[in-house]
Design a protein around this ligand. Structure first.
Ligand SMILES: Cc1cc2nc3c(=O)[nH]c(=O)nc-3n(C[C@H](O)[C@H](O)[C@H](O)COP(=O)(O)O)c2cc1C
Length: 239
């Protein structure tokens, strides 16, 4: 148990560039895929496919796709942002502002940021990654009576977590890229990788070895007592 908990606690997002010349080995990829294989899924429907991309030319093509951050993201991101480590430590949820461009952190410049945030090539987000895992959702494998396939989406989260824990425990950095599920990127990536029309990209995982330490490293979580209720909602904590 101590080992499992340690692996869970040490799992983390790495948003700094990765070394493009240090690929993830086939053996390690197999271990990460083995972790995906054993993920729990609703009704054991295994509603996912994983596309491993480590061909430089294909990565380059994906990197050339342009996308634009949405107004909703910029505005809602501002609402949850912490502006200092002290604030983040107090709030215990969300992300520190230093992870985002200066204009996104200034309430007087938000409108400008929304107006002027231009589309940029995905390359900036891939940041040198030698390997991408693209997790594809197969809606045909819906669990019985799963309305809106909510259970299917939860299952994809289990796949994500299993691969993340496996990668981090192998010393491989992970960065989840939700941008791959957005309409524009999704369409272009599906075309490049010949993904069938009826399938959807759920998310991508940037895998590799970080070239530097991450600034704004503070990670926070709510205390157990803040989300645990005992025998009745509102009886906070484990009594
Ligand atoms: C479903 C999901 C989608 C996420 N999408 C992104 C993303 O697009 N970009 C990103 O930098 N991090 C993304 N993350 C990572 C979270 O921001 C991160 O897990 C959270 O801030 C906690 O930090 P930690 O992973 O270092 O513990 C995502 C995580 C999950 C579970």
């Amino acid at each position: 148990m101590a080992d499992v908990l340690k692996t869970i606690q040490q799992r983390r997002s790495t948003r700094v560039p990765f070394d493009p010349n240090r690929p993830v080995s086939k053996e390690n990829l197999r271990q990460i895929l083995e972790a995906a294989r054993w993920a729990p899924t609703a009704h054991n429907m295994q509603n996912f496919e994983v596309l491993v991309v480590n061909d430089k030319k294909i990565l380059e093509k994906i990197g050339n796709i342009k996308s634009r951050v949405s107004e909703a993201f910029i505005r809602e991101n501002y609402e949850q942002m912490s502006f200092s480590e002290e604030e983040l430590l107090q709030k215990k949820v969300g992300i520190i502002s230093t992870n985002f461009p200066p204009d996104w952190r200034d309430p007087d410049k938000l409108d400008k940021a929304v107006r002027e945030t231009a589309s940029s090539p995905l390359n900036q987000r891939l940041a040198g990654s030698p390997t991408l895992l693209i997790v594809i959702y197969d809606s045909r494998k819906r669990a019985p009576a799963s309305e809106g396939d909510v259970l299917g989406f939860i299952s994809l989260g289990c796949v994500m977590e299993n691969m993340w824990l496996a990668a981090n425990s192998l010393g491989i950095s992970v960065h989840i890229l939700s941008v791959f599920s957005g309409d524009v990127v999704q369409k272009a990536v599906k075309q490049i990788l010949k993904v069938p029309e009826y399938m959807k990209i759920a998310f991508a995982i940037r895998l590799g070895y970080a070239v530097s330490n991450q600034p704004g490293n503070l990670r926070v979580r709510r205390d157990m007592e803040m989300f645990t209720h005992h025998n009745q909602f509102g009886n906070k904590g484990l009594r």
